[in-house]
Design a binder for this molecule. Sequence first.
Ligand code: ADE
Ligand code: ZN
Length: 340
Amino acid sequence: MASSVEKAAGAPKAELHVHIEGTLEPELIFQLAQRNEVQLPWASIQTLRQAYSFSSLQSFLDIYHVATRVLVTERDFADLARAYVERAQADKVIHAEIFFDPQTHMERGVALETIVAGLEQGLKEGDEFGFSSRLIMCFLRHLPESKALETLEQALPLFSHYPHRLIGVGLDSTEIGIPPRTFERVFAAARRAGIEVVAHAGEEGPAEYVWDALDALQVSRVDHGVASSEDDDLVDRLVREQIPLTVCPLSNLRLKVVEDMKQHPIRSLLERGVKVMVNSDDPAYFGGYVNDNYAAIINSLNLSGPQVFQLLSNSLEACFMPAEWKRNALSALTNYWHGT
Ligand code: ADE
Ligand code: ZN
């Protein structure tokens, strides 16, 4: 009989927390640097990989934002998206909701239209072979809300132009010291425009920030949210309101949110009834794509078959696809899992 790790690897699944810039592999960084004549602070792929030894979220973001400088043209964004689709399909991802950070590119003079058109080009090729995907535009939390408001205003025509792809806004980057409510106005404007809203909260920051994302930003899904496990009232609320948490185990380990995978709270959150699932966050930096994340927690936390099935079905239920799509995807998963 196949092990749980092998069974999970072959199962249809959704990935709901992956930053497209975080899928930029070192080889592609150097290839694009050469194509666009961008100077990098690393002499080789090997020295870049050696820099991937992080002590905190900020120590990672400092490298991540420098590496994204190689992304300049529509073709670069298309190549990046295409590479992710190929990698995700190998892990049996059937649907992905993908973050991108436009402000980091716009600060360097890349137009928002270039970014979205390039990503669309790469993802459209995925549509043709059955890989479904959506884009979620993130605001950078280390920049002021006024910049996020300007970005949303510029993006609204693109939300109308790409309604099949661009569906949501999110909030990412540095967390500690910047509560979600700082972005209350821009999230209210996005909701008024009928856009889905999610936010990173409770990754390095406290459970209080998860309350804040729910109350002030009114998000329908929380990214990471692992700090929720320390607050019983919050766990009760997440269960009652069926708010999903998009958990990223290898990211939490690499960024020292947890010291040891054996201490990761995903199993206890799952056992308490929270709708958690497994995602890769920034797979090129954290040692693995979504199936590597499943393997890490199945092995370290000794998850049972039914628990793994629950994580997989949560990924399909928590996505922003229509009810009929979800029914079909869940029945494909059930048939696979029970071998019919
Ligand atoms: N941007 C890319 N990865 C991130 C993470 N794990 N947390 C916050 N912002 C991010
Ligand atoms: Zn993230």
